[in-house]
Each structure stands twice: as C-alpha cells, then as structure tokens.
Design a protein. Structure first.
Length: 379
C-alpha cells in the first residue's frame, strides 16, 4: 500500500497544493515553520480521520477560509482508492471513501494504516499512563475492528457510571435517599463485559509485540542492554473484575469516579530491569521509543500483510549520526513500504539517501508555501 497523490485545500498554512509521491521514500525539506509537519498531518487525517497534533479540527482551517479539504489517492492490492476529509466551519467533519461517506469514523480506521514517529514520542516514556494506553489502543484498533467497538462501548459505560456516582453523591448530601445498588450493578456488568475483552486483546498484543520491539531495539542500539515492556493491569489480580468493582464501590462513591478497570492500565518500560524514564540515557530513551514505533509498524504489517505508511517528523535533529544511518538502513529496504520524512536540511537528506542507494523523492518547501521537487534518487 502507498499514497500515490495528495491534494489539500485551505489546510493550515496551505491554500492549494497537489503532490505526487514515490512509493518508496519521500522527503519534505525546509526551514522550521514552513509547513513540513502539516503535510504529514494531512496524511494522518486520511488514515485516522483526525489530526496528530491539533485536536480541534476547525483550527486546522486556513485563516479567513470556510473549510479545509484533504484528498488522497491510495494504491493497495492493484486498486486505487480516493479518501477525502472535509471540514467546514460550524459543521460536522466528513470522511469519504471513493465518494461514499462513512457513517462512522470507526468504519474507516485501519483501512489505510499509518505510523507516525515524531519528537512527541518522548511522551511515551515521560508522560502518564493515558499516553501508553492510547499507544496500545491505536495499534490494536488499526487491525481489530471489534476491539475499537469494545473500547467505545467501555468508555461510554465508564462515563455513565462516573456520572451516576457524582449524581448519587449530590443526592446523598441533600436527602436520605439510599444508594442505588441495582443501577450501579448494571453499569458494572457493562464494564466487565467490554473491559474483559479489551484486557484479553491487550494481553495478546503485548505477547506478540514484545518480540518485535526487542528486535528493533537491538538493531538500533547495537548494545547489550536488556529491555522489556511489561503490561500492568488491575485485571491481572486474583480477584475478578466484577469482584474488584464491587469491593471498590464505597471508595468510588467517595471519589465520585471509578477507581478500578482497564482505564487504569499501563505499560512499564524497563531497561536492565530499571525504569527507562529514570535510568535510561537520552540515547537509550530515543532508541526505546523508536523501537516501539518500528515494532508497531511491523506488527500491523504482520496483521494486514503489508506495511503501513511511515511518517518520520523532524527526528534527525534528535538523533546522532549512527542512529540516523541505522534507521535509514531499516526503512530504506525495498520491502519496507512507503516513508515520508521531514528535515530542515535538504542537502543532508539527499546525501544520506544517495549514499544508502535508496529510492526517493525530495521536495523543497519555502515561505509562501511554494513546494518544489528538488531531486529524485539515481537508482
């Protein structure tokens, strides 16, 4: 699978732009602030129906315009598909596949998988557990539609239960009404029904993912460190999920939210049996997050039979030369799939890619959103 062409209108800083791409490596070079990442974000929209960097869709509409539109032509299994994303001001977002509108965005997720590697990946190590849960959810959802359905249903049930707990708390303050155990049990059953399936899917995913992660970490670091990603869930307790919810019910009434469940899951990231956040060097942490993303790419490929599109945003300035060369050696393989790279130095990109004998297209972006095809590979 690869993205053959991209057309954007009124998207962020671009008024109108159409680009044709290589099925191998494509590079966007230019100074900071000219819109390199915006092009990657447009591709991200075509896969996930949303931005990678901006949660509010309407803020991605170009200033003083009424809409943005993104159209991409994908080639997959000798078939062309056109994906469109259209956002008008004060209107719902529209996603279309071959001119047919999706009733639900969830129906589109996974059809054209994308993996993004960016400077924000350090959040996987340094931020809270919600970032690492989101990582699992994104990977699994791109190949398992039922998982996404279970996740949506679980989150809805969790929202209902938390709302119920807050309402019951306020009611108990103003009257002598008894806590509605029956209604709480209904919410508990929904959480157990969906949460157990999510837990099983995450467990199965980590068992497969860990081997791929170790392989890529070894390839990038060329070191002797032992790394591990360990799944940590309250559902691993000897008590069942249903029993834990019942035992925590009084505590949850006081807290006014649900304190046990798969929404508390986390990934424990270790290097030589110590937390990589505290004991990993900067280089080890970079290798760790890169290996996680490359393993994500490989895992989805194993599920789908083809590589997702890989987006590499401004990572060369964050890596030393040896890691850059190792990364390009990995993604430059003829069987690796399509890759998009952003960098501030066009000459550096061209030189490295030619040295590696990698097929590529190089686009130069300057102010006023002028994009010029600078070079292609000699192969």
């Amino acid at each position: 699978m690869f993205l053959k062409s991209l057309t954007i209108t009124n998207f962020k800083n671009y008024a109108e732009l159409t680009l044709d791409f290589s099925p191998n490596i494509n590079c966007f070079a230019g100074n900071n602030g000219v819109g390199k990442t915006n092009l990657l974000d447009a591709i991200h929209y075509l896969s996930f129906c949303k931005s990678y960097v901006q949660s509010a869709d309407m803020q991605n509409i170009r200033h003083n315009e009424e809409f943005f539109a993104i159209h991409g032509t994908f080639e997959k299994n000798e078939q062309s598909d056109v994906v469109s994303c259209i956002q008008k001001r004060n209107a719902r977002k529209i996603m279309r596949l071959n001119k047919k509108e999706h009733e639900r965005f969830a129906d589109h997720i996974g059809l054209f998988p994308v993996v993004m590697i960016s400077p924000y990946d350090s959040d996987l190590i340094n931020d809270g557990s919600d970032v690492r849960r989101k990582f699992m959810d994104i990977v699994i959802s791109q190949f398992d539609k039922s998982y996404l359905e279970q996740l949506i249903a679980y989150n809805h049930a969790l929202e209902q239960r938390n709302k119920f707990l807050k309402t019951e708390h306020l009611t108990s303050l103003s009257s002598q009404a008894r806590f509605d155990e029956t209604l709480c049990e209904v919410f508990d059953q929904k959480l157990v029904q969906h949460g157990t399936k999510i837990f099983d899917a995450r467990t199965h995913f980590l068992n497969q993912f860990s081997t791929l992660f170790q392989h890529y970490f070894d390839s990038l670091s060329k070191g002797s460190e032992r790394v591990e990603i360990r799944y940590n869930s309250q559902l691993q307790d000897t008590l069942s999920f249903s029993e834990q919810l019942k035992n925590h019910r009084q505590k949850d009434r006081i807290l006014q939210h649900t304190s046990v469940g798969i929404h508390k899951d986390d990934l424990v990231l270790l290097i030589d049996d110590f937390p990589v956040k505290k004991f990993g060097s900067q280089g080890q942490q970079k290798s760790f997050t890169l290996a996680m993303r490359l393993a994500q790419l490989e895992f989805i490929k194993h599920q789908n039979g083809y590589f997702p599109i890989l987006l590499l945003d401004d990572i060369f300035d964050k890596l030393d030369n040896s890691r850059v060369l190792q990364l390009l050696e990995l993604v430059g393989r003829s069987d690796f799939g399509q890759v998009f790279i952003t960098d501030t130095d066009a000459r550096r990109l061209e030189q490295i890619l030619n040295q590696q004998n990698i097929t590529f297209k190089l686009f130069d972006i300057i102010e006023n959103n002028i994009v010029t095809e600078l070079a292609t590979s000699r192969s």
